[in-house]
Structure formats: C-alpha cells, structure tokens
Design a protein around this ligand. Structure first.
Ligand code: SF4
Ligand code: SF4
Length: 213
C-alpha cells in the first residue's frame, strides 16, 4: 500500500527560500565564531595529537602476560590457536624446564594482518596468558612481516612503539620481481590451472605466512 507523505505547510518567506538561506548561513557563522573563540569546547578530536579515548571493553593489539620470573604465562595448551577463527596464531610447544609446568611455547606468533580482533583467543585462554589491552589500535607497517609478531614482541606489553622489536630489515616486498605470466598458449603448459597469472617471487628473507589455511 502506497504511503502518502504529508508535506509541511510552508510560509511565504519559506517558499521564497532567500530568507531561509540567510538563516542557514547565520547558523553556520554562529558555530564558526563559537568554535574559533572556544576551541577547547569543540566536539572534535585534534587527531593524531589528541587521541579519542577507547571504550573500556575495546580489543587492541595482543600481549602475552608474564610470571614474576619474567617467563610467559603461556603453557602452550593451543586453546587460543584452536579457537582462532582466522587461523592467525601459530604455536610450537616444547617441554618446560620448570618442574611444575609441562609445556611452554617455543614459537608463539600472531599474524595481525589476518587477525579479526574477535578476542576469542583471550576468552579461550585458561591461564590469562594473552590479553588484548595494549591500547594499540592503529597498527602501521610497510611490510607483511612487520605484522607477524613473535613471543618476545608480544611480551613487551603496553606502551611500546609498534615498530620496536620488529624483525631485522629485509628486502621490501615491493622489490620482489614479478614472474612473467604465460604469454603464448605453449607457455601455458605446466601452468597450474587457476594459478595467479602474476605470481610474485618471494624475496629472500621474506617470511611466509605463519600458518597455511
Ligand atoms: S583476536 Fe580473534 S582472530 Fe585475532 S588472534 Fe585472537 S582469536 Fe584469532
Ligand atoms: S596463550 Fe593461553 S590459550 Fe594460548 S596456548 Fe598459551 S596458555 Fe594456551
């Protein structure tokens, strides 16, 4: 059924628009003057100098919590890796040298480019060994490996600069040579069906994704 929309009844001055245009300009000028003399009261944030406060329940970059002796609390139970829907956690366990702990993480990596920041890993952890409370929500890097963070990086906790502790400089992926795709039907022989036509040669030192999915 068609809905009949009632048009508001306009006065003479509203119908000729000129007065309404000047009224609108008056509102704009009023806010301009107010915001010029009272900049602190403006409802905007002067980003990046002034950061917007994060919600209490926000999820930011992960960190691994540590024991009093400085060792990570993680006991390599793999619960977080299993719960992770993005398959971006990679853990390799080893035997712990502490008698009351069975295992510890030899390798603990998170691929932050794959992470969807769902927090399932934090929920799944029985040891309170992983948290997402570093307040780091803007993650910047130029290379994929900048975003694959390891155990030592994750143990640094809050307040660290994002790029501290990242892997040693390696060749940039931008410098990777592009392998020429097949140019003729005969070149096509041996080319895997459905394979990308412009595969990038991975430069030496470029780390592969933490886990194949
Ligand atoms: S926040 Fe979610 S996607 Fe990211 S590592 Fe944890 S479980 Fe995986
Ligand atoms: S961080 Fe927690 S859930 Fe993940 S392996 Fe370590 S102890 Fe298990």
């Amino acid at each position: 059924m068609a809905l009949k929309v009632q048009s508001p009844k306009l006065s003479f001055w509203e119908r000729i628009y000129v007065a309404e245009v000047f009224r609108g300009l008056g509102v704009t000028l009023k806010h301009l003057a107010k915001n010029t003399v009272q900049q602190d009261a403006m409802p905007t944030y002067q980003y990046p100098e002034e950061k917007k406060p994060l919600a209490v329940r926000h999820r930011s970059r992960h960190r691994l919590t540590v024991r009093e002796n400085g060792a990570p609390k993680c006991v390599a139970c793999m619960c977080c890796e299993t719960a992770c829907p993005a398959h971006c956690i990679h853990i390799v366990a080893e035997e712990s040298d502490e008698v009351w702990i069975e295992k510890r993480a030899k390798i603990f990596e998170i691929d932050l480019l794959r992470c969807v920041f769902c927090g399932y890993c934090v929920e799944a952890c029985p040891e309170d060994a992983i948290r997402m409370d570093t307040d780091e929500v803007v993650l910047v890097g130029e290379r994929r490996e900048d975003f694959i963070v390891d155990r030592e990086f994750l143990m640094r906790g809050q307040g660290e600069e994002w790029k501290q502790g990242r892997p040693a400089e390696g060749p940039s992926p931008r410098q990777g040579e592009i392998e020429a795709p097949p140019a003729t039907p005969s070149d096509d022989e041996g080319w895997e069906a459905g394979a990308p036509r412009t595969p990038i040669k991975i430069p030496a030192g470029w780390r592969t994704p933490s886990k194949e999915v």
